[in-house]
Design a protein around this ligand. Structure first.
Ligand SMILES: Cc1ncc(C[n+]2csc(CCOP(=O)(O)OP(=O)(O)O)c2C)c(N)n1
Ligand SMILES: [Mg+2]
Length: 450
């Protein structure tokens, strides 16, 4: 490995920054007399040494040498880590399948058992079908406001497969596919019908309650990851959030502390192009979201979020780094998964007010489900018969799930239980009033539609 620096800077490093010089030697980096051309690489923090991908004119500071590094002009340096994906430039999008489901030239198909890949396909189909059913239920007045996921299955299913079962998932509100991988139960639907029980059961799958207040779960993820480290546990906290969430202070605080405390956290940004109606371009002036990781001293990588194999591969590498960082690596990673939501932000939104149909159609050409299906058919793992059987099984299972949720008998007293640890006088009064009405008129009279 070579560093390309000017003579003045070279002697400056050797004389004034012996620690840095020693570090170069440790890393096996030669400080050459003359500039040496090597392959350009991503900017990459290496335990205080920074590799600049912009030809050396814009060194990127990384603690702890932040104050000294500005005088160093670094050019092309090979990163110390040879992680296939995490050492890429933030705009060098990881993609394995092209839009037609063909493996891209030079791409490596992750080492996954055939059954596992078919399972991923099945779960994506299941999640999409569940989504359609739930949107329809909301339209019938049988579900509350719901956040559709169609288009985003590739990232959710791909990334969750790369986690261990006891790794924690901290979701925003659209990650139904991640829950499908962990084993969805009818209670999940009850959440969208307004029942608290819908949030409680998720802990049994190492999933946090859904998060509606944008980005407030990111500091929790950092805290959980840090706590796991302090306790000597091996678990990683994987936090999903949107492009909009990156504008919240919580995002920056969470990533900053994850870097400082070297917490085994994976920040998984589902960049679907919009925060409700706000386009990504108006959300941040950064060219990518992935590059924001650089400010916190750890790796950031962009991935095709509609390619389940690519999201799997990137997440696997990030999780592996979180558990077993190599010399000079920090455990956290920011993944920016680029994708599109085909439907509305929620069932309370009309996307035709802020985007045109042609845009939607362009993105539909990248739909993760037909892409994965094509790939599996080409490998001889799927054919018409198997595809039909999978679709039929999913339809039946989703129907059973919805039926089971419908059979839930809610106790209306529950409504008053969850807002305060101790009920306020006003809440107690309301509860007593409702009880009195129920006793006086009976349930049937209260529920009758006029
Ligand atoms: C703190 C906070 N501010 C505003 C809102 C209202 N809100 C709900 S969803 C949303 C957009 C979030 O966009 P993004 O993070 O990109 O996630 P997406 O819905 O696109 O998956 C906003 C602003 C909120 N829930 N919480
Ligand atoms: Mg978004």
């Amino acid at each position: 490995m070579y560093l390309d620096i000017t003579h003045r800077e070279r002697s400056f490093i050797q004389e004034r920054l012996p620690r840095m010089s020693e570090r170069f030697t440790e890393l096996g980096v030669d400080i050459s007399e003359e500039p040496v051309e090597v392959a350009p690489t991503a900017h990459y923090g290496m335990g205080g040494v920074v590799v600049d991908d912009a030809g050396g004119s814009r060194p990127t500071p990384v603690a702890p040498l932040r104050s000294q590094i500005h005088i160093v002009r670094l050019r092309h340096v090979l990163p110390v880590s040879e992680r296939e994906y995490l050492s890429r430039a933030p705009d060098d999008t990881v993609s394995i399948l092209d839009a037609d489901g063909q493996v891209r030239e030079g791409a490596t198909v992750p080492d996954l058992a055939d059954d596992r890949m078919v399972e991923m396909y099945e779960e994506m189909f299941y999640a999409r079908h569940l989504d359609e059913r739930l949107v329809s239920r909301q339209r019938q007045g049988r579900l509350g406001t719901y956040a559709p996921l169609a288009g985003q299955e590739g990232a959710q299913i791909g990334s969750t497969h790369a986690l261990a079962d006891d790794d924690w998932i901290l979701d925003q509100y659209r990650e139904h596919g991640a829950v499908v991988v962990r084993g969805i139960e009818p209670e999940y639907i009850l959440y969208w019908k307004g029942h608290e029980v819908g949030n409680e059961w998720l802990a049994s799958r190492n999933v946090f309650p859904l998060n509606i207040s944008i980005a407030s779960h990111l500091p929790h993820a950092t805290g959980m990851a840090w706590a796991a480290r302090l306790r000597g546990e091996d678990t990683v906290a994987c936090c999903h959030f949107g492009d909009g969430a990156t504008s919240e202070g919580d995002f920056h605080e969470a990533l900053n502390f994850a870097g400082v405390f070297d917490a085994p956290a994976l920040f998984f940004c589902n960049n679907n192009g919009y925060a409700i109606s706000m386009p990504r371009e108006d959300q941040t002036a950064s060219a990518t979201i992935a590059q924001k990781a650089d400010a916190y001293g750890f790796a950031g990588v962009q991935v095709d979020g509609m390619d389940p194999l690519a999201t799997y591969a990137v997440t696997r590498e990030a999780v592996e780094k979180a558990r077993n960082p190599r010399e000079g690596e920090r455990r956290p990673t920011l993944v920016e998964a680029v994708m599109y939501r085909f439907g509305a932000h929620t069932t309370a939104d009309d996307p035709s007010a802020y985007r045109d149909e042609a845009e939607v159609e362009r993105w539909k050409a990248k739909d993760p489900i037909p892409r994965m299906e094509r790939f599996l058919r080409d490998r001889g793992l799927l054919d018409d018969e198997r595809v039909d059987a999978i679709h039929e099984r999913c339809r039946q299972e989703v129907a059973d799930l919805i039926d089971a949720a419908d059979s839930y008998e809610a106790d209306v007293d529950e409504w008053f239980e969850h807002a305060y640890a101790e009920k306020t006088p006003r809440v107690r009064e309301q509860q007593a009033y409702l009880r009195a009405l129920r006793e006086r008129h009976g349930e049937d009279a209260l529920l009758r539609e006029e």
